[in-house]
Every structure is written in structure tokens, then in C-alpha cells.
Ligand binder design. Structure first.
Ligand code: DGP
Length: 139
């Protein structure tokens, strides 16, 4: 299937929709998930218009995992969580809802259950203080 340039993340990349941004470089953008599974749920996306891991270039894959590693380190340090879970879904059958490749970065604490992602919306004002802690921990 051809890449859908009208998807939500493509619109965020074009500046048509707002996002609480964590980090941006030449190849990737990272921002807070608006329907988080857990406080601190962050997304890392490519600027390359690719739907999934299968259509992403190897250069794009390298840039994406490097940015994800950097953001995961900042989530761990900034939110002082003992674990960080990375999730990356490919295809509706796998649960992917936005057809633009992305990693989920989830702070984890033992015994704290994850909610299903993409359900309850959180306002930007509530995401911002958590985002500030992650940004401050970026190296
Ligand atoms: P996935 O199911 O893996 O495709 O995850 C898509 C995630 O994107 C899901 O956790 C909810 C999040 N999301 C959906 N729409 C928006 C949006 O407009 N802004 C932000 N920041 N996140 C969104």
C-alpha cells in the first residue's frame, strides 16, 4: 500500500498539528504520546515517509534506532524509572493505528500495569511538565 501522506504523524511533521516535542534532528522527531499507556509515554518517528519497518530504508532504520536509544536514555534518567520498554508495531493486525513508523518509549516500574495505548486523550498542559524532565535529561 502506498504511504498515506495525510496520516497524523505526517501532519505533525509538516507542522499542521501540534505536538509536545522532546527532540528533533535531521532524520527524526520525538514527542509525547497524546493517548499514553503510562506517564512519560514518548514516540520517536522518522522524517522519512515510511509506513513500517518493511518499507523503511536502512539509513532511516539506523537513524530511528539511534534517536530511540537517546530518548530512552533520557526517559530513564529524567523520569528516574528502573525500566524502559520499547514497542514498535507493524500493520493493523499487529495493532499499528498510525501508518507512519514509530517506536513507543515507555517508562516502566515493577508492578505498575500498562494501560492499552491510544485510548484516553491527555491535554498538552498535563504532558508538558513530564516532557520537560525528559528534555532536561537528553544527552
Ligand atoms: P500505534 O498503535 O503503534 O500506531 O500507536 C500510535 C500512537 O499514536 C498511539 O499510542 C496514540 C498516538 N497518537 C495518535 N494520535 C496522536 C496525535 O495526534 N498526537 C500524538 N502526540 N500522539 C497521537
Amino acid at each position: 500500500m502506498p504511504y498515506d501522506a495525510g496520516n497524523i504523524f505526517a501532519r505533525i511533521l509538516r507542522g499542521e498539528l501540534p505536538a509536545v516535542t522532546i527532540h528533533e534532528d535531521a532524520d527524526t522527531l520525538s514527542f509525547m504520546d497524546i493517548m499514553p499507556s503510562v506517564e512519560g509515554h514518548t514516540l520517536v518517528i522518522t522524517k522519512e515517509p515510511a509506513e513500517d519497518i518493511f518499507s523503511l530504508s536502512s539509513g532511516g532504520a539506523g537513524a530511528l534506532i539511534r534517536a530511540t536509544q537517546r530518548v530512552a536514555r533520557a526517559v530513564k534518567k529524567g523520569l528516574d524509572c528502573p525500566g524502559v520498554m520499547l514497542i514498535q508495531l507493524n500493520g493493523a493486525a499487529a495493532g499499528q493505528s498510525v501508518p507512519h513508523i514509530h517506536f513507543h518509549v515507555l517508562p516502566r516500574h515493577a508492578g505498575l500495569d500498562l494501560k492499552l495505548h491510544g485510548r484516553a486523550m491527555v491535554e498538552a498542559e498535563k504532558l508538558e511538565p513530564v516532557a520537560a524532565k525528559i528534555r532536561a535529561a537528553l544527552e
